[in-house]
Design a protein around this ligand. Structure first.
Ligand code: NAD
Length: 377
């Protein structure tokens, strides 16, 4: 890979610092400019990270930029990604890709017409832990996966995010916000989903912000905050997924998969690292031998201790895929299938029936040690 693509970022809020600070680890891309509906936010990030602050129009007309990363709020993902494609640039979006299947199909149509690529987070399934789990499954470590259980539960987002409004509006909620990590990893480990069922509820119609600077302010809840879903995969596996922001504490593991020969314990799919455990028919649960996967190496301190964070790996993989003419792991097909799963779960909850999915996708290629190393400088 010889070429380097110019990258622009639209949306200079909370998560943008992760993209600015981690993108220099990767080959093939260089962040050159940033923009935001709030120009001050763009100017602040530009100064912090030594790039140019532009208006959205200027960034979209900037000839040096080949790929634009969309880090706006979920409701703005579709119009901003559409404008990026219409300006003739590839898109890599934060999750969720879009809020409806129709929006995703429209992006697919424009991208196809203009011969452009659309990619989307999450990329945490490319992490060392999740790729170790993938290798173990591919090698038949637990036989054929027949079922599983996933839990992503907590009290909410209004205690840490400075502007938590979007989490409680359509397009937010725990399934569209946290679900992408779980669904992307289930697609990584099991493949596409066939149909879903769900029950949904909300514990309260308002939330009170306790983070700064808006502590004490009340915000409305317009989307379910507890979702109990059932997923049937094309492979025949059935998995339960509970996503909630109405739970103060619990003792469920993030992701357990049960196979004909044993069980697999997968760490939190919101992160790249963690310990993967498994048992055979002897029920003896043991950690899998650690491997030297580059996206499992600790590179950050966090309040919970050292951790591996390689967000932007999905963008680097998309850029490499563009240059090498291959399929990107965080592709439109897979993330739009994820949107189909999540929006169908919400619809199943609303209508009280199972929903057959209308989209499908392939499993992404595994990302072994050498392939991951090739993405890094
Ligand atoms: N914060 C996190 O830890 C985190 C982690 C992973 C993914 N994400 C995802 O990243 C996205 C952004 O989250 P965030 O926490 O950074 O949000 P944020 O509210 O902190 O930042 C969003 C930024 O987008 C800008 N914006 C909004 N609409 C815009 C538009 N139409 N055009 C241009 N700019 C616009 C806002 O002014 C703001 O600066 C969300 O989709 C979220 O799900 C966030």
């Amino acid at each position: 890979m010889t070429k380097e693509l110019g990258v622009g970022i639209i949306g200079c809020g909370n998560i943008s610092t992760t993209y600015f600070s981690l993108s220099p680890l990767f080959k093939g891309l260089k962040v050159l400019a940033c923009a935001d509906i709030n120009l001050q936010a763009a100017k602040a990030r530009a100064e912090e990270y030594g790039v140019v602050a532009q208006t959205i129009e200027e960034l979209l007309a900037n000839d040096e930029i080949d790929v634009v990363v969309n880090l706006t709020i979920p409701d703005a993902h579709y119009p901003v990604s559409k404008a990026i494609l219409e300006a003739g640039k590839h898109v890599y979006s934060e999750k969720p890709l879009v809020l409806t299947l129709e929006q995703g199909e429209e992006l697919r149509r424009i991208a196809k017409d203009k011969k452009l690529s659309v990619g989307c987070a999450p990329d945490t399934f490319l992490g060392g832990a999740h790729q170790l789990a993938r290798k173990y499954v591919d090698e038949g470590g637990i036989g054929r996966i027949t079922s599983g259980a996933c839990y992503v539960m907590g009290p909410g987002m209004e205690m840490w995010h400075p502007n938590p409004d979007f989490f409680f509006l359509p397009g937010g909620g725990p399934i569209l916000d946290m679900g992408p990590y779980y669904i992307a990893n289930l697609i990584n480990l099991i493949g596409p989903v066939k149909r879903v069922g769900a029950m949904t509820s909300m514990a309260s119609e308002t939330r009170t912000i306790s983070s700064q600077p808006r502590s004490g302010e009340t915000i409305p809840v317009k989307t379910p905050t507890t979702i109990q879903a059932l997923l049937e995969f094309v492979s025949g596996a059935t998995v339960t997924l509970t996503a909630s922001w109405d739970v103060w504490s619990h003792r469920h593991a993030n992701m357990e998969l049960y196979g004909t020969e044993g069980s697999l314990y997968v760490p939190d799919p919101n992160f790249f690292g963690g310990v993967v455990e498994a048992s055979g028919r002897d029920k003896n649960i043991q950690p899998l031998a650690a491997w030297d996967h580059p996206f499992g190496i600790f590179n950050q301190e966090s309040p919970q201790g050292p951790r591996a964070n390689y967000r932007t790996a999905g963008l680097a993989d998309m850029v490499a895929a563009l240059i090498d003419g291959r399929d990107a792991r965080c592709s439109l097909d897979r993330t739009l299938h994820g949107v189909d799963v999540m929006t169908s779960i919400l619809k199943a909850g609303q209508e009280g029936r199972f929903i057959e999915l209308t989209t499908t996708c392939t499993q992404p290629a595994a990302l072994g040690i050498e392939e991951a190393q090739a993405l890094l400088k």
